[in-house]
Structures are given as C-alpha cells and as structure tokens.
Design a protein. Structure first.
Length: 434
C-alpha cells in the first residue's frame, strides 16, 4: 500500500512538471520565434541600409531611458534591475532576486534596437531572459511554492536556449548548468527537458523557423598527435574567452564609474565609439551577429584578426549598456580564430572553426556538459572524442572567469585553484584584487 502511494505521488509530480514544462515551452517557443524572425528581418534591413549605424548612439539614448525609468522594480523589498540581464535570471535561480514580468518585453525591445542600428551582439540572451520572465509569470499565475520557483526559472532558461539554437538536449542541460559551477539540480531535469523540447518543437515545427547550419567538411582520424593539437588549440580558445569576459566586464565597470551609472550617457558614448570603429574598419562585418562571416569561416579564409575585431566590438557594445546575447559573438570569435589557426596547425579548416566555436563558448559560459551536447547536436555527432576533450580543457583553463558574474562556484574547477566554495565569480574576482 505504501509503495503504491509513493508511485502515485511520483506520477502526480511528474505529471505536474510535464504540464508546467509544456506550458512554459509553448509560450517561450512562440516568443523566441518572434525574436528570431524579427532579428533576422531587422538585421537584413540594417545590411541594406548602412547609414543606420549612425543612429546607434541615439538608439542607446532610447535604451538607456527605458532601463533608467522602467527597468528597476522593487519586489519583496529587493531591487531587481532588469539591466542586469542574465545575471538577474541566475540570481533568481538562487533565490536572491526575482525576475520582473516586464523584463521580457524590455529586453526584446532593447535587442531590436541594438540589432537594427548595428550593435555587435547575439540574441540568445533575450530568449533566456524572456524565458525567465515567462516562467515567473506562469509561476505567479499558478501560485506554486517558493522552492519550485527555482525549477520554473530553469525551465524558462532551457526553453529559451533550446528554441533559440534548435538544440533541445543542450537546452535541457543548459538550464540546470548555467547558474552554478560544479552543481547540477537533477530534480529539474524532467521539466527542463520537456520545456526545451516543446520550445524547440514550437519554434521549428509549429512556426517553421529554420536555424543556421554549420557543417564540418572533414574530421581528422584519431591519433595522439591530433589530440595534442586539439588540446593546444582548446587552451588558446579558452584564453580567448577569458580575454573577452575580462574586457567586457572591465568596460562595463569603467563606463558605470565614468558616467555614474547613467545608462543613457553610457550607451550614447558606446554607440559613438562603435560608429567610429566601424568607419575605421571600413565595413560592417563586425556589427550585428556577423553570421555571414561565421558561416564563411567554415568554408574559406577570413581576415586573420577577425576574432579580435569582433571581441572589441562586442565588448564595447554590451559593456556600455546595449542589449543582446553573447553566445553568437563567442561562436564568431572562436570560429574565426580556429580559421586563422588552420594555417599553422594542419587540421581541417571547418573542424578547427567548429572546435573554436564550441570551446570559446564553453570557456565563457562555464557549461562543459551543455557545450559538448551542443557540439553533438550542431555537428551531427562528428568528432565527438575531440569535442569532449576540447570542452574539458577549455573549462579548466578558463579558470573562474565567465560571462555572468552571478554564477556561483559550488565546486572549484580543480584543487589547484584556491577558491572558496559558495561564492560568486564576481566575489572571487574582487578577492583576487585585495
């Protein structure tokens, strides 16, 4: 009788999370499709109208005004600033803050402004943040308990990531892995898996959105020499991710200090700098998402310092207060650096570009399992042994840096790192400077 009751409760709980995960997946999948389609349209408009780049500073003023006047919300006696973006979502998973329902619409509008006027950014950040916003709204509607709120937020993250990249398995794990280093909350696996798969299905099958495809032309045969080359390349890609994270956060801190956290002034000046850099470079290859050059890096040579240009453009764009994702810019940096290394490493160009795409993302996001699964889904399982090694190496060598300072370190990456447990990346960074 007691065993029967336990199974009954188990099925009730599973049923509850399948329903909630499906609801979140349907809503986030639909809103993510709107994001993807709108971004694609705005990106094509900008490419056909190069003069729009000169309006980027004024777009920054609008964006800054919105965040300064509507982005801050007091909930449960805590200030929740939507300008914190993914960091606010991570803090919500840890129960420190709450994602306001208005965050989704604000971040969407901010992403559209950034994309239309030529800021260097991605789009998955908006999908993840909308996912957190939708999950909060569903949570409040059904009035679930506070403990389950964390799982709801993870579901929103999973649905947003899975729908944005067409990678439902990756999305399921990413929702659990994003918030903390060294800890996975497996209780959230079923709802995250359901939310991610439903979100992906709604985006692709129901709404018919087609994701960009990157194809590895050839994979080298397994050999010790090739593994050594992969390890060396992965160390380089991990250092690239560290350089980006440090520069991006350094620019953010400097701009906040110079302009006393005035979002309008920060974004306006940041927009002016991007306009100046665009004129100096003489092209808009590094504005927007840069998907054309990203795809080109798998097929033919790209400028040898393209990765560095994208790194600078993206660091300034996001560091001065514009909005967007950081995964696609990291994809761009890693793939174009891999394209450049192809000349020196005697490995297939498309293979090194793919390796750089995954390893740079892994080092920045601190999500080795999700990064490996992304490689499997994105490249149809080709070179899985190499990608597994690349993710481990990049994760270890990137140290305790990352895209999101709010990530909590439950377990240091290695005993060699003298890092206290339970602290955030931001706090660890501050400790190093003392």
């Amino acid at each position: 009788m007691e065993i029967t009751l336990k199974y009954k409760n188990l099925f009730l709980i599973l049923g509850k999370w399948i329903i909630f995960g499906s609801i979140i997946g349907v809503i986030v999948g639909s809103t993510t499709t709107f994001l993807l389609e709108t971004n694609d349209y705005l990106g094509s408009v900008r490419e056909k109208s190069g003069w729009l780049i000169f309006l980027l500073p004024f777009g920054g003023l609008i964006l800054g005004y919105i965040y300064m006047n509507y982005g801050k919300v007091f909930l449960n006696n805590t200030l929740n600033d939507t300008a914190e973006l993914n960091n606010l979502v991570i803090d919500a998973v840890h129960g420190k803050k709450e994602v306001p329902r208005r965050m989704g619409p604000i971040v969407y509008f901010g992403t559209f402004i950034t994309v239309l006027f030529g800021g260097s950014t991605g789009r998955e950040g908006a999908a993840v943040q909308m996912g957190g916003s939708v999950a909060t709204a569903v949570n409040k509607f059904f009035k679930v308990n506070r403990f389950d709120t964390k799982i709801f937020i993870m579901c929103g993250i999973s649905a947003g990531f899975g729908a944005a990249f067409g990678a439902p398995i990756t999305g399921a794990v990413f929702g659990m892995e994003m918030a903390a280093l060294g800890k996975l909350k497996f209780e959230a696996l079923v709802p995250c898996l359901v939310a991610s798969f439903v979100g992906h299905f709604i985006t692709t099958a129901a709404w018919g959105h087609e994701h960009a495809e990157f194809i590895i032309q050839s994979v080298p045969e397994l050999s010790v020499i090739t593994f050594l080359k992969v390890i060396l390349a992965s160390v380089i890609f991990s250092l690239l991710s560290v350089l980006y994270c440090q520069l991006r956060h350094g620019i953010q801190k400097l701009s906040e200090k110079l302009f006393k956290k005035n979002h309008m002034k920060r974004a306006f000046v940041g927009g002016m700098i991007i306009v100046a850099l665009t004129l100096i470079v003489g092209s808009q290859d590094y504005n927007g998402r840069g998907l054309d050059m990203l795809e080109q890096s798998f097929k033919e040579d790209v400028p040898p310092f393209a990765f560095l240009a994208k790194l600078i453009f993206t660091s300034i764009t996001l560091g001065t207060g514009f909005v967007g994702g950081e995964a696609i810019p990291l994809f761009f940096m890693g793939a174009t650096l891999g394209n450049t290394l192809h000349t020196f490493m005697d490995l297939p160009m498309s293979f090194l570009a793919a390796l750089g795409l995954i390893a740079a993302f892994c080092g920045g996001a601190n999500t080795p399992i999700a990064a490996f699964l992304l490689a499997m889904e994105m490249f149809d399982g080709k070179g899985l042994e190499y990608f597994f090694v690349a993710c481990i190496v990049s994760y270890l060598f990137s140290g305790h840096h990352g895209l999101w300072p709010s990530q909590k370190i439950y377990e240091p990456k290695s005993r060699l790192y003298n890092i206290p447990r339970g602290e955030t990346i931001e706090k660890v960074e501050k400790m190093k400077k003392l």
